[in-house]
Write a protein that binds this ligand. Structure first.
Ligand code: NAI
Ligand code: 15L
Length: 265
């Protein structure tokens, strides 16, 4: 079974660019959207420019969609005005548009920075309280709360994914624990969007790495089993990357450097 019309926001970004070639495995037609333009469309793809902060435009964008992978927004710490537009107003507009369009399922790209101020020697599951390490992390906690509210009140199904580090390869020691292979993320989206039941589920988006701070047992009903691991980069990264001060907040806490950067204002 495939999704007929899949919307991907944030389509010009790093994750979406890597994800696009993997989408035909579970989607017939893909509508890509971003404020930035997207190049080289495939025959199954179309592009619609849209600012997530524009409620009317988002409403129009979501009409006729059967599922949404919501990747659009600010993806690192930035001044609050930017985060407000992209991640707070933007997420609200997206959930409202879904409510007006028959509630297509949503995969919401949340972030590990919602829980960045939990210590690395703690193992977190979906019930861990938010301890955001940045205003960016606060905005993602807002998105998760929206998903919970729209599910409980209106029956919107959504998977909130606290993505670890989704890049072609881990680039520092921390990412040995937080790395998410794009193939594993694609499988997770397919499981969530095609599962018989999704409800509002929260999961940590992380591959099958040797070191892990996160426990996804509550979401095993989705049938997602990550197949990739950061293990093959471990020896090289441990040799190349100098050991860090173990008492630094960037090492004590899960959010890493995000825990030590200052206020963006
Ligand atoms: P990215 O920054 O490369 O892509 C985000 C895209 O959103 C950009 O193309 C940007 O133009 C678009 N965007 C920003 N504001 C917008 C607005 N107001 N309206 C429409 N589009 C807007 O980020 P990346 O790495 O691809 O991440 C995708 C999502 O996953 C983001 O929401 C990010 O917060 C989340 N995430 C990513 C992680 C990673 O390791 N790459 C880790 C945790 C979460
Ligand atoms: C995120 O939420 C960011 O979007 C990404 O750029 C990385 O910093 C990632 O977290 C991470 O924690 O490695």
């Amino acid at each position: 079974m495939k999704i007929e019309n899949l919307l991907v926001t944030g389509a010009a970004g790093g994750i979406a660019t890597a994800l696009r070639p993997l989408l035909p495995a579970f989607a017939e037609r893909v509508v890509l959207s971003d404020i930035a333009s997207v190049a080289a469309l495939g025959p199954h793809e179309s592009f619609i420019a849209c600012n997530l902060a524009d409620a009317a435009a988002v409403n129009e964008l979501v009409q006729g969609m059967d599922a949404i992978i919501h990747l659009g927004g600010i993806s690192v710490e930035k001044p609050f005005a930017m985060i407000l537009d992209g991640n707070i107003v933007g997420a609200y507009n997206l959930f409202e548009a879904a409510r007006n369009a028959g509630r297509p399922r949503i995969v919401f790209a949340s972030s590990n920075h919602v829980v960045g101020f939990h210590r690395r020697d703690q193992r977190l599951d979906a019930s861990a309280p938010p301890r955001p390490d940045t205003l960016y992390g606060v905005s993602k906690a807002f998105g998760e709360a929206l998903a919970s509210y729209y599910h409980d009140k209106f029956g919107q199904e959504c998977l909130s994914v606290r993505i670890g580090s989704c890049f072609p390869a881990p680039i520092d020691r921390r990412m040995l624990a937080t790395w998410l292979a794009i193939e594993d993320f694609a499988d997770l989206c397919a499981c969530a969007l095609l599962a018989p039941r999704l409800g509002h589920t929260l999961i940590y988006g992380v591959s099958d790495n040797d070191e892990s701070w996160w426990d996804n047992r509550e979401a095993t009903f989705l049938g997602w089993r990550p197949k990739h691991s950061s293990a093959r980069w471990r020896a090289d990264l441990m040799e190349r990357m100098p050991p860090q001060d173990p008492t630094s907040p960037a090492v004590v806490y899960q959010g890493g450097q995000f825990c030590v950067i200052g206020h963006p204002g």
